[in-house]
Design a protein around this ligand. Structure first.
Ligand code: HEM
Length: 128
């Protein structure tokens, strides 16, 4: 099995990950309620995000946390997100970038969860 090498690899990963998400009983409704008929643009954005992280080709501009700030998410949902995410990477690739992708997913899931918890318990509004 080869490592993640180019944009087509990133696209394959993102497409297969969000296909799983869209069928997952725990997660599909949260995603669909926000994204509705904008799945294509969400996927395009996620190609760019992972292209920037994994291939050092900086095409993503934005604030990854902001759209999650007010979502009603808890640890169970983030754990499920990570199960599907790691499963997707392992199904397709092996190597340094595949490991980096899983590490980055875990790191961001932990960071998002702790920020969400923080904003639940405070009146302040996330700016970034
Ligand atoms: C259960 C966990 C999660 C849920 C329900 C969730 C849901 C969403 C939703 C609804 C959007 C906004 C789509 C839109 O309005 O266009 C979004 C955007 C995004 N998500 Fe997540 N997400 C989760 C976890 C994560 C994690 C762990 C990462 C880390 C890689 C991540 C990365 C992103 C990025 C980069 C965007 C685009 C941000 C932008 O608008 O620039 N998400 N997510």
């Amino acid at each position: 099995m080869k490592d993640i090498q180019n944009f087509d690899d990133v696209k394959l990963l993102v497409d297969s990950f969000y296909s799983k998400i869209r069928e997952d009983a725990l997660l599909r409704n949260i995603f669909n309620s926000v994204i509705r008929d904008r799945w294509n643009s969400h996927l395009e954005k996620m190609y760019k995000f992972w292209q920037t992280v994994l291939l050092d080709e900086p095409t993503y501009i934005g604030n990854p946390f902001l759209p999650h700030a007010k979502l009603p998410l808890n640890e169970t949902q983030f754990n499920q997100w990570l199960v599907l995410f790691n499963e997707t990477v392992d199904q397709h690739f092996r190597g340094e970038k595949a490991d980096r992708m899983k590490w980055q997913g875990k790191r961001m899931a932990e960071m998002f969860l702790s920020k969400i918890e923080y904003y639940k318990n405070s009146n302040s509004v996330p700016l970034k």
